[in-house]
Design a protein around this ligand. Structure first.
Ligand code: ADP
Length: 255
């Protein structure tokens, strides 16, 4: 009798309540290795809270998160966070630290230092000039800073990448370029990626699976193709209608 393979990432009846607010309610789902999952939904629907339960930036009120079969609450948080790449909402770089030090920070949780060669390699992965290692965040553009944020998330050699509105502060062109780069990195580095975004167009473009949240619950779990074909229910379709209307407008039809 063979054993049932465990999911790479499993949410098991997960709940999180802040005071009176039920931010996440009874979420159960499995994410397999290699998936690029977008978590979409209105502001306040619980996306960020669900994401942060994975690396323990938020402690769940009920239920469990299992990573590779192991409860993330087993053991101290530092080694867990080192195994998980995390791109913060906004920029999230320390302004007084140079790019190299900001990237090293992930590794330093374990008291290690990253060699210059590795920093250069990480900067090249996000298509930045390795000479930028010596710059301060204020000496970079918004897009370059966000690329450093992605490089930092990859520094721990993690195969799980979590991103919380990673491109939110960027203009549409930079946003598109960086999104595309992250999608290629996801494929090239064999990552499993979970990205929070309020932008359905971005989710449809980058993800292999789209989870729609509403009031703390997952109300749709579909592929981009299924969502575009009208699946997923009213809330999902209301979100899909936005890029659809934009596309129609661009094509000069739908009037
Ligand atoms: P989203 O990422 O979809 O915008 P969040 O997970 O940030 O949603 O928030 C879900 C709900 O939980 C919201 O009502 C929000 O106000 C509340 N919330 C989030 N973080 C906290 C917190 N640290 N303390 C109290 N309430 C919070």
């Amino acid at each position: 009798m063979g054993s049932v393979p465990h999911a790479f990432l499993r949410f098991d009846a997960l709940g999180k309540t802040y005071d009176e607010v039920h931010a996440v309610r009874d979420v159960s789902l499995d994410i397999a290795r290699g998936e690029f999952v977008a978590l979409v939904g209105a502001s306040g629907s619980g996306k960020s809270t669900l994401l942060k339960c994975i690396n323990r930036l938020v402690e769940p009120s009920s239920g469990r998160v299992l990573l590779d079969g192991q409860d993330v609450l087993d053991g101290p948080p530092a080694p867990l966070r080192r195994r998980i790449g995390y791109v913060f909402q906004g920029i999230g770089l320390f302004p007084h630290m140079r790019v190299a030090e900001n990237i090293t920070l992930t590794a330093r949780l374990e008291g290690e230092r990253l060699p210059d060669k590795r920093i250069a390699e990480l900067l090249e992965l996000v298509e930045l000039d390795p000479a930028m290692a010596k710059r301060l965040p204020a000496e970079l553009s918004g897009g370059q800073r966000q690329r450093v944020g992605v490089a930092r998330a990859l520094a721990g050699d993690s195969h799980l990448l979590l991103m919380d509105e990673p491109f939110g502060a960027l203009d549409p062109i930079t946003r598109g370029q960086l999104g595309e780069r992250v999608r290629r990195l996801h494929d090239e580095l064999d990552l499993t990626t979970v990205m929070v975004t309020h932008d359905m167009a971005e989710a449809l473009l980058l993800a292999t699976r789209v989870l729609v949240m509403d009031a703390g619950r997952i109300v749709a779990d579909e592929t981009p193709a299924a969502l575009l074909a009208g699946e997923g229910g009213d809330i999902a379709q209301a979100l899909v209608d936005v890029p659809r209307a934009q596309a129609r407008q661009l094509a000069g039809i739908g009037k």
